[in-house]
Design a protein around this ligand. Structure first.
Ligand code: GLN
Length: 301
């Protein structure tokens, strides 16, 4: 029989030997998940005895963590905007900096909030952005697309968990290619009097394949390539979105697109070249890096 304190010590040592950067924290999070307790509970119950099953389950997770598998895939969930989302290797793990998309979307829609805004989330993955917006703006109708059916299955599960399945319309699409204004192709969830979306949000893949060699092994080996990489120095997906979004937005509607920290200047230029937007801003994340492209569809759009 072993105790919380002893097994945590052993696991921390194992993870350290495998160069995991936060061995004690990761071991604690994994053990607390198995025991269905908060992390703090472990430190005040170090003499608590574990069952054989708990020991087996924990040792299995620690072995996988030692090989680099991210904690979120091991526990099967990740926090985003203070809510828990189911995640697995079918989708990108939601990142804290992506909360800037949500924060900015809420700021934009707040002052002149249309009574029931129509929002499109391109490349929804786990659904974390779409579902958060649906929860924060109760009257919103949200359409969420992804090219990956596997990702859409998980997004559907998250929408059910968060009780917004009825208000989120999931669509398999390569960026905006399946939507055309109005009615050239029927899109579930789009109201009859559709004049375009009030807001389009996206966190597209924006890493250049050339950056593989400087990437974190854990990301590279475990997260889906489709969600990470884009050709043309990471700009191909952003370019498609910039080109297609004006056809889908209402006059004065907004596009918020997450970008890579070195892409600010380039995406500003690409947006300008389209001639379809009149307000262009780049927002920085809390680390001070360019992170979000903010555009409003212009009158000549
Ligand atoms: N929208 C999802 C997220 O922000 C997925 C993004 C992606 O797969 N590139 O986590």
């Amino acid at each position: 029989m072993t105790t919380v304190g002893r097994i945590l010590r052993q696991a921390t040592r194992t993870l350290k030997e495998h160069a995991v950067s936060q061995p004690l924290l990761d071991a604690s999070v994994l053990l607390s998940d198995i025991l269905k307790r908060e992390v703090w509970w472990l430190s005040v119950n170090r003499d608590h005895l574990l069952t054989i099953q708990e020991v087996f389950d924990f040792e299995n997770l620690i072995a996988r963590r030692a090989k680099g598998e991210p904690v979120a895939y091991l526990t099967g969930h990740k926090e985003f905007w203070s809510r828990t989302f189911a995640v697995d290797s079918r989708v990108l793990i939601p990142r804290p900096e992506t909360e800037l998309v949500v924060e900015t979307a809420l700021e934009i829609l707040a002052p002149a909030r249309p009574p029931s805004p129509l929002i499109l989330d391109l490349g929804t993955g786990s659904g974390c952005i779409a579902i958060t917006l649906a929860l924060e703006i109760k009257a919103a109708t949200v359409v969420a697309s992804d090219i990956s059916l596997d990702a859409l299955r998980l997004a559907a599960m998250n929408a059910k968990i968060h009780d917004v399945y009825d208000r989120i319309h999931l669509i398999q699409a390569d960026w905006a290619s399946c939507f055309r204004i109005p009615g050239t192709k029927k899109c579930p969830g789009i109201p009859k009097n559709y004049h375009g979306f009030d807001l389009i949000v996206a966190n597209p893949p924006y890493i250049s394949p050339n950056e593989r060699n400087i990437m974190d092994r854990e990301v590279l080996e475990f997260e889906p390539e489709l969600a990470l990489f884009s050709d043309d120095e990471g700009l191909e997906a952003i370019r498609s979105i910039l080109k297609e979004a004006p056809c889908l937005l209402k006059e004065g509607g907004w596009l918020l697109c997450e970008i890579g920290w070195k892409q600010g200047k380039k995406v500003r230029r690409l947006a300008k070249e389209t001639g379809k937007y009149y307000c262009c801003q780049i927002k920085r994340d809390y680390s001070g890096n360019d992170r979000l492209l903010l555009l409003q569809r212009g009158s000549n759009g």
